[in-house]
Design a protein around this ligand. Structure first.
Ligand SMILES: *[C@@H]1O[C@H](CO)[C@@H](O)[C@H](O)[C@H]1NC(C)=O
Ligand SMILES: *[C@@H]1O[C@H](CO)[C@@H](O)[C@H](O)[C@H]1NC(C)=O
Ligand SMILES: *[C@@H]1O[C@H](CO)[C@@H](O)[C@H](O)[C@H]1NC(C)=O
Length: 215
């Protein structure tokens, strides 16, 4: 009985893979400090974060330079973006202007592997110091995050559960189909055998009628 054990092994590996496939690497802003507002006459800056090809995320609270703003990650405008497992994104911090091109605080490649213990500091002299948080990102042990983001974990595990249930259902269906097919094959073989025996008997009868008794 080798097959059930193989099946269990397969399921075990699959269940290990699922969280990796489904894990979303959500990036939030932990803290930020700007060293230059890029504004003349002391007007308030409009700071935003943006990755190429994505929407801008405005940081409504960040209005003063040389002041550290810290965030919980649950603010209305969070998260900043989401990363794929092995792919960097070109992202930056900017300051919006109405009458001229937006100012750039800093622009860089944001990579999931750069997070250490879920934390990544982007610092540029005289421009900005920002701490980004991505608990699912840390490279070596990315999938087993000690995330406090309970909601997303629950959602992920329920998706995993659905996947496992679907897989189990299809495996059971395959097993049932196999059993039915095997049974049908056996029945057919028995019927064939019966028909063959019958033919054989009829053959004997013919021999008897012809008087060809074996000596
Ligand atoms: C970007 O913004 C537009 C308009 O507000 C919205 O329809 C779209 O869903 C947003 N895209 C993402 C990826 O958030
Ligand atoms: C940038 O901010 C972080 C978080 O507050 C801090 O630990 C770090 O020392 C700062 N780096 C610089 C160069 O100011
Ligand atoms: C994740 O890995 C880092 C270093 O690679 C280690 O310090 C940390 O304890 C690990 N965290 C968990 C939850 O295993």
């Amino acid at each position: 009985m080798k097959r059930p054990r193989l099946l269990l092994l397969f399921l075990y590996h699959l269940s290990g893979l699922i969280p990796g496939i489904l894990s979303s690497r959500v990036v939030t802003l932990g803290s930020i400090e700007i060293f230059d507002t890029h504004e003349w006459f002391g007007s308030k800056p409009n700071v935003y974060f943006q990755c190429r090809g994505e929407n801008r995320t405005f940081l409504p609270d960040v209005k003063q330079s040389h002041l550290q703003y810290t965030f919980k990650g649950e603010e209305s405008w969070q998260p900043l973006t989401e990363l794929n497992e092995k792919k960097c994104k070109r992202c930056g911090l900017f300051e919006m202007d109405s009458f001229k091109p937006d100012d750039v605080f800093d622009e860089w490649e944001l990579c999931p592997g750069d997070f250490v213990d879920g934390k990544y500091v982007q610092f540029k002299d005289r421009e900005v110091n920002a701490t980004l948080i991505c608990l699912e990102c840390s490279d070596s042990n990315g999938t087993q995050s000690s995330s406090s983001n309970g909601a997303s974990i629950t959602r992920k595990s329920s998706v995993a559960l659905v996947v496992v249930i679907c897989l189990l259902t299809s495996i059971i269906m395959i097993a049932v189909t196999t059993v039915i097919y095997k049974y049908w094959q056996k029945r057919k073989r028995e019927q064939d055998q019966a028909r063959f025996l019958k033919l054989f008997e009829e053959g004997d009868d013919i021999e008897d009628e012809l008087g060809l008794d074996p000596v």
